[in-house]
Write a protein that binds this ligand. Structure first.
Ligand SMILES: *Cc1c(COP(=O)(O)O)cnc(C)c1O
Length: 303
């Protein structure tokens, strides 16, 4: 936690046993409740949205930017109602969402802005690290991510009250080593439902040396990505990732857009053919609102 505070210039960091539990804890720390709405990208790993359901709140999906695959600010603005409590912006594939206007929007409407930064540790938006622009920024250390300790996660925040509540939620609502005065700790002691969301010391020990090499790990990814982008110029049917102006991309994944009209075969067939050549590419997730759980939850219909 101290390492994260130092590197990101963030006064608080609270470790978790996954980014999923961290996302749930962020919304719970924001006191989200039944009937509240959370605006979230549908084009992400499912935990970005299930966190809202875990609080009894409703995820509200809005369309994304076709170029960068992140929340489109105009659509977010249009989806805000008097029940909206939070925005979960996902810095998908390693690139920042359009965080500055999203932060402005959340300020104007008194909403929490949570950055799901699981895929973008060390990326920058106008020189600022992703994860530091929202009220809370979530990182993952699962075995797919840039930093891996088996399972783990962390939240960084500037806000001492939120950090304090995150600590309580992590640990049964008990035993806090916080910055707040003792009186405050006592008064909230039993006023919150906590879980066992603790990262173990063993996992933290595995995480630390990798975190110390984050820049190196990212630079290597960027180097490979730039090589791909250069070489892919020969193939008009594959569009390489676009990078948002004034931002950096840390390429958790290398997202390409396949244009089937050039080759005349479906994306699925193309992916199968490339995989058969030994190159590990895949379709990314389908939009979350197409999954049965969301159709049931959101429409009241089964499947
Ligand atoms: C991996 C990931 C998560 C979940 O991380 P875990 O640590 O496995 O719980 C959440 N959101 C996004 C965008 C992810 O890529």
């Amino acid at each position: 936690e101290a390492d994260f505070c130092r590197y990101f210039g963030s006064p608080h960091a609270v470790s978790f046993n996954s980014a999923t539990s961290a996302l749930h804890a962020c919304l719970a720390a924001g006191k989200l409740d039944e009937g509240d709405e959370v605006i979230v990208s549908p084009y992400t790993m499912c935990a970005s949205a299930t966190a809202a359901i875990m609080c009894g709140a409703t995820p509200v999906f809005v369309d994304i930017e076709p170029d960068y695959f992140c929340l489109k600010v105009e659509h977010v603005a249009a989806a805000i109602t008097n029940r909206t409590k939070a925005i979960v912006a996902v810095n998908i594939f390693g690139q920042p969402a359009d965080l500055e206007p999203l932060a402005k929007l959340s300020k104007q409407n008194n909403l929490f802005l949570i950055e799901d930064n699981s895929q973008a540790p060390g990326a920058r938006y106008k020189g600022k690290f992703t994860g530091t622009i929202g009220h809370m920024g979530v990182f993952s250390f699962n075995r797919h991510k840039t930093i891996q300790c088996g399972e783990g996660g962390i939240v960084i925040s500037n806000n001492p009250e939120l950090a304090y509540r995150l600590q309580l939620i992590r640990n049964h609502g008990e035993v806090v080593q916080g910055d707040l005065p003792i009186e405050k700790q006592q008064s909230e002691h039993f006023d919150i439902i906590g879980f066992n969301y603790r990262l173990t010391e063993l996992q933290a020990a595995i995480t630390r040396p990798q975190f110390a090499r984050l820049e190196q790990l990212n630079n290597h990814r960027v180097e490979l990505a730039e090589y791909f982008t250069e070489r892919l110029k020969e193939y008009s049917f594959l569009l390489p990732p676009k990078i948002r102006n004034t931002c950096s991309h840390v390429y958790y994944l290398y997202p390409m857009i396949y244009q089937k009209e050039y080759l005349g075969i479906s994306r699925d067939v193309f992916v199968k053919a490339i995989v058969a050549e030994g190159i590990p590419i895949a379709n990314y997730v389908q939009p979350l609102y197409r999954l049965p759980i969301y159709r049931t939850k959101l429409d009241g219909k089964s499947n």
